[in-house]
Design a protein around this ligand. Structure first.
Ligand SMILES: Nc1ncnc2c1ncn2[C@@H]1O[C@H](COP(=O)(O)OP(=O)(O)OP(=O)(O)O)[C@@H](O)[C@H]1O
Ligand SMILES: [Mg+2]
Length: 258
């Protein structure tokens, strides 16, 4: 099925990074980056190590604050947001390292936030957790502890945990980078399903084949600047900038003509 590029000017952005910069010590690592994610859009952020991808992502749920510039979520400046918990329910994040509680079952890893953050009853939290474990293909593993699950299964529990809070936007920071190659597919399948169901997502990934297939828009970041951004067919098929060409040449995109 062809993936239709939805230009951002046709709809209001759900997330907007406006001219954000970041300085660590005396070193500026992001230099005036602007980026928009429209509702239901799937945006991939790609670029070399150290280009600032994680830092940019971390701005979006206040794990990090930009030194200048604005971050707007649903039109409101999140840097003025007093209720960080409310924002983090609306903006879910999945990390490379799954960050599950080792002493809790898969079900309770998902249910715990519903209990603590949303004050659900134990019964309701368990029901919702079970539903989202089923959504990620783990209905049968609710009673397993993280150490008893594969990396791919653990990452799917982490995704279920974020989804259970009913986020409006999901952030992924290299969700498959810690996985053995044979386990990557199960996690990508879940992200594909979320895309199909209309979830808005901003994804940092080195899976170029996946970006080409699943992105509405790809943003190439290098040395703290957006070098090039566009529909995947354009960015991968006909990159305009020399740095984009060099970066993409490190990946084998053979066979991905979608
Ligand atoms: N807390 C910090 N203190 C100082 N420097 C930092 C901090 N966090 C990130 N940096 C620096 O900022 C730059 C961008 O880092 P960032 O983690 O955002 O890059 P990245 O694109 O996610 O890289 P990778 O692909 O390796 O994950 C790097 O030079 C990094 O060393
Ligand atoms: Mg990173």
């Amino acid at each position: 099925m062809p993936i239709v590029y939805k230009p951002e000017y046709t709809m209001a952005a759900l997330l907007k990074l406006d001219n954000v910069s970041k300085t660590f010590g005396d070193r500026e690592v992001l230099h005036g980056v602007s980026l928009e994610v429209a509702p239901k859009e799937v945006v991939f952020l790609v670029g070399p190590s150290g280009s600032g991808k994680s830092t940019l992502l971390r701005f979006c749920n206040l794990l990090e604050h930009p030194s200048s510039g604005a971050v707007l979520f649903e039109g409101a400046d999140i840097l003025k947001q007093k209720n960080v918990n409310a924002l983090r329910q609306s903006v879910g994040m999945v990390f490379q390292s799954f960050n599950l509680y080792p002493h809790m079952t898969a079900l309770w890893n998902v249910a715990i936030a519903l209990r603590l953050v949303q004050r659900k009853s134990a019964r309701e939290a368990r029901e919702i957790a079970h539903h989202f474990l089923a959504e990620v293909g783990l209905a049968h593993r609710g009673s397993a502890y993280p150490a008893e699950l594969s990396g791919g299964q653990q990452q799917r529990v982490a995704i279920a945990r974020a989804l259970a809070l009913k986020p409006k936007l999901m952030l992924f920071d290299e969700p498959t980078s810690a996985l053995d190659p044979e386990l990557v597919g199960s996690v990508l399948d879940v992200i594909r399903k979320m895309r199909h169901e209309g979830m808005t997502m901003l994804i940092v990934s080195h899976e170029m084949q996946f970006a080409r297939e699943a992105a509405d828009k790809v943003v190439f970041l290098d040395q703290g600047r957006v070098v090039e951004a566009g529909a995947p067919a354009a960015l991968f098929g006909n990159p305009q900038q020399q740095r984009t060409i060099e970066f993409l040449s490190r990946f084998s995109l053979a066979g991905s003509h979608g």
